[in-house]
Write a protein that binds this ligand. Structure first.
Ligand code: PHE
Length: 454
């Protein structure tokens, strides 16, 4: 099993692939809006603490499970410990990622549509006010969002079909560093806009009075989502990490890249949102309304620059969403390849069909299916809420219980320290193990319950 399995080629490749999974729509639209709504800098501080004390230990736990078992998320736990409950726990990570991928790729499709609009210079020469309406007009159309969702999913599938080294690793190694450059370009553009200062002030306020139990729950939830925890993606990528690799350093590298990108995205987006005079809490549509408005306004004066920046902006979103979607795909593909006779290409095609069909409901949820409501939520919102607030937290809880309470402490230590050869990991093991065993389960249980009462 061990010899046949593909492995990432270097530590850089591991971090770029994992950062590729982590950096996504969560960083670009969810984080900036949450920071604004929940006390600015104070929220960022809670977010950083939650990442260090809870998310990173969970991340480590997932890589430990993946690398030790050498299996993808499904089957990883039952390989390490028998028992029906862990077999069941192993199935969750096959279905949850497909569930999230089905609606995530709908947003990927919106981004693709806006990238095409940018290339056609659709935002210049148009009245800025009408540009804000473009998003609303697009998502209510019956078939266009479905088509863009399927195209996006197919493009991600094409990279996945190439394999772990030639697909995921190659794509992430080149695209993630480029994403950092692109987001800095947008940031410079955004900060130069008239009225940008207000957006910066909005992000920089340090409103301690905004901190309440809800803020803590949101900060933790956002941190899990952003680091791609609880979806089986890190367990699966963990199984492609070589035995020589340092798990702690891979986690820290991924966490720092993810956080840096989230903060850069805040400063790239909020000033533009304020310059466009749009409410920062506008939700999923925020980036699709505010930025095109700015591009249209600028486009009237300097069309070329505005067109180039808009292409850069939507390209950044498409690529960031692609690398995250690829990691969700990989969980299902790896499962099929390991457990059936299906080959990688066919497995990718199967996942494409499954998620493609399931995603049609989310893609149509603002148009033909807008009347369908369950528990007071439209289909798209329901998928988002169920996967990020419920399933993700529940699956993470099982993961930490598994590593903290089911696996033997010595096995966890051996994996974390590469059989005792990493001295810093050896010294930090006690703390990390404590966080996995006690703090993370308690925090996850509290957030799980809080979702229903807050
Ligand atoms: N981390 C991704 C983001 O921030 C979302 C994601 C979650 C991707 C879970 C894969 C698994 O957008």
């Amino acid at each position: 099993m061990e010899t046949k399995r593909e492995k990432f080629g270097s530590r850089f490749a591991v971090i770029m692939a994992m950062a590729g999974s982590a950096i996504g729509l969560g960083n670009i639209w969810r984080f900036p809006y949450m920071v604004g709504e929940h006390g600015g800098g104070a929220f960022v501080l809670v977010y950083i603490l939650a990442t260090i004390l809870i998310s990173l230990p969970i991340f480590v736990a997932e890589v430990v499970i993946g690398r030790r078992s050498g299996r993808s998320a499904a089957g990883a736990m039952s390989t390490l410990a028998g028992g029906r409950i862990w077999k069941f726990a192993g199935f969750l990570p096959v279905f949850i990622p497909l569930f999230i991928l089905s609606y995530y790729s709908v947003v990927g499709g919106w981004s693709l549509e806006f990238l095409i609009k940018s290339c056609r210079m659709a935002f210049s020469g148009v009245d800025p006010e009408s540009v804000t309406g473009m998003f609303g007009d697009f998502i209510v159309r019956p078939w266009a969002p479905v088509v863009s969702h399927l195209v996006f999913l197919a493009v991600c599938g094409a990279v996945i079909a190439l394999g772990v080294r030639s697909g995921i690793e190659k794509f992430s190694k080149y695209s993630i560093p480029v994403l950092f450059v692109l987001i800095v370009v947008i940031l410079c553009y955004s900060l130069s806009l008239p009225g940008a200062g207000e957006g910066v002030r909005y992000l920089m306020k340090f409103d301690v009075s905004a901190l309440n139990p809800q803020t803590f729950a949101y900060a933790m939830g956002q941190s899990f989502y952003s680091l791609s925890l609880g979806m089986g993606t890190i367990i699966t990528y963990g199984s492609y990490v070589s035995r020589k690799e340092n798990i702690l350093m891979s986690g820290v590298g991924t966490g720092v890249s993810d956080l840096m990108f989230a903060i850069l995205a805040c400063f790239a987006i909020m000033p533009a949102v304020f310059a466009a005079g749009i409410a920062p809490g506008a939700g999923p549509g925020l980036i699709f309304q505010s930025l095109p408005f700015v591009f249209a306004k600028m486009g009237a004066e300097i069309p070329a620059i505005s067109a180039i920046v808009s292409i850069i902006f939507f390209l950044t979103i498409v690529v960031a969403a692609m690398t995250s979607s690829m990691s969700l795909y990989e969980v299902g593909v790896a499962y099929l390849v390991e457990n059936t006779r299906i080959k990688r290409g066919a497995a990718t095609a199967l996942i494409f069909v499954g998620c493609g069909v399931l995603g049609v409901f989310s893609a149509m949820s603002f148009g033909p299916l807008s009347g369908v409501q369950l528990a007071g939520k439209g289909i798209f919102d329901l998928f988002d809420w169920l996967s990020s607030n419920i399933l993700l937290i529940f699956a993470s809880l099982l993961t930490v219980i598994f590593v903290g309470w089911v696996m033997k402490k010595n096995d966890v230590k051996a994996e974390f320290t590469n059989n005792g050869s990493l001295s810093l990991s050896g010294r930090l093991f006690g703390i990390v193990y404590f966080l996995i065993k006690y703090l993370a389960p308690v925090a996850l249980a509290i957030i799980f319950v809080a979702n229903f009462i807050l």
